[in-house]
Design a binder for this molecule. Structure first.
Ligand SMILES: Cc1ncc(COP(=O)(O)O)c(C=O)c1O
Length: 365
């Protein structure tokens, strides 16, 4: 029996996608071999790679000004590649809104020792344990920065930018969308670079998707190690080295699944409904299910974090939830309590069941 999977990542994938993967793991179409056994330079794989790119343009409305690339190394490698390619010896602004944003700034600082760059926090809510996003009056952007870096959804702390911050005109914006890409419509043209590790909304771990403005590639210096240079990946259609072929295929299937559901707008509507239901239960019972996010406008629709009146009750909640086939609800150690990760493939029905469980648990405990 499949559990209700609330894992923060790697996370739940759509069942039809898993079934198609299962079939093609043994034999891809009628090719007499598994997709896992095929050359990444075969025309069959090239069709998958180009098909995956085309679906990004279609489903996520990526304009032709941007290139879709697939690389390894996780989203974490992007924390280094971004400053190496684009900060160089200049300034870079970081919105420090959680664990991952902080790690991104850390890597920029490491690179600055080599490049002479000047990365800085344009705002940080760390002193409040990242329980909200910084407000406009707290942003201190440098209009001369080479870019602004933000994390669209803070997976650990349960906050999300619903309206992206007003950044200085002409300064490129880089977004780590690892935990909310494809969960809502985004105006991609507003970003010079979007990157996302696949293992939440896009597919299995192993591939990182980059959506990069083509004309920004001219900024990439020629003296970087080859694999660290975005140009290498762009000039070779993500085939400079062996890309994670199976993960790319899975991402293509997930994009088809989104299309079949009615596209990104339909997915967004369902995500809004899921958030409304769960936050509804919390708001109706704020003394029992106490959200850790202090500003309602900062609440994430992907990762919902809350505490119960005691740690004993939290442990009991997780235990009882597991007995009811709800899996992966334990909060990150830096926040504690409960975290409900409800990515695209977690159906509305699952949240309805979880809300029922929460109300019943509250009554009996
Ligand atoms: C927002 C965000 N950025 C980056 C990462 C790191 O991703 P990876 O493990 O692919 O390096 C995560 C992982 O959870 C994340 O949630």
């Amino acid at each position: 029996m499949r559990k209700w999977n609330f894992n923060p990542g790697p996370a739940v994938l759509p069942l039809p996608v898993l079934e198609t993967l299962q079939k093609n793991t043994v034999e891809y179409g009628s090719l007499g071999m598994s997709l896992l056994e095929m050359s990444h330079r075969s025309k069959d794989f090239e069709a998958i790679l180009n098909g995956c790119k085309a679906r990004f343009h279609e489903v996520f409305a990526v304009p032709d000004t941007h290139e879709v690339l697939f690389v390894g190394g996780g989203a974490s490698l992007q924390f280094s590649m971004v400053p190496m390619n684009f900060m160089k010896d200049g300034a870079a602004d970081y919105l420090v809104t959680g664990t991952w944003a902080k790690k991104a700034l850390k890597e920029a600082k490491i690179w600055s020792a080599f490049s002479g760059g000047k990365p800085a926090a344009a705002a940080s809510t760390e002193s409040e344990n990242f329980t909200r996003l910084p407000k406009p009056e707290e942003w201190k952007f440098n209009p001369g920065a080479r870019y602004v870096h933000l994390t669209s959804n803070n997976t650990v702390y349960g906050t999300q930018w619903h309206a992206f911050p007003q950044t200085p005109a002409g300064v490129p914006v880089v977004a780590d969308m690892s935990s909310d890409i494809l969960s809502r419509a985004v105006d991609v043209s507003k970003f010079h670079l979007i990157y996302a590790g696949a293992q939440k909304n896009l597919g299995p771990a192993g591939v990182t998707v980059l959506i990069l403005r083509k004309d920004w590639l001219a900024e990439c210096p020629d003296n970087l190690p080859t694999m660290m240079n975005y140009k290498t990946h762009a000039e070779n259609n993500s085939l400079y080295n062996t890309p994670p072929v199976f993960a790319i295929y899975a991402v293509m299937l997930v994009l088809d699944w989104v299309k079949d559901k009615g596209g990104i707008e339909a997915v967004e509507q369902e995500n809004n409904k899921k958030a409304e239901l769960l936050y509804g239960v919390m708001d109706a019972n704020p003394d029992y299910y106490k959200g850790t996010v202090t500003d309602p406008a900062s609440r994430s629709y992907m990762n919902v974090t809350f505490r119960l009146p005691s740690e004993e009750l939290e442990a009991q909640f997780i235990k009882d939830a597991a007995a009811s086939h709800f899996h992966g609800l334990k909060g990150h150690r830096s926040v504690g309590g409960i975290r409900v990760s409800m990515y695209n493939a977690l159906e509305l029905y699952g949240i309805e069941r979880l809300c029922e469980f929460m109300l019943a648990f509250m009554k009996s405990h």
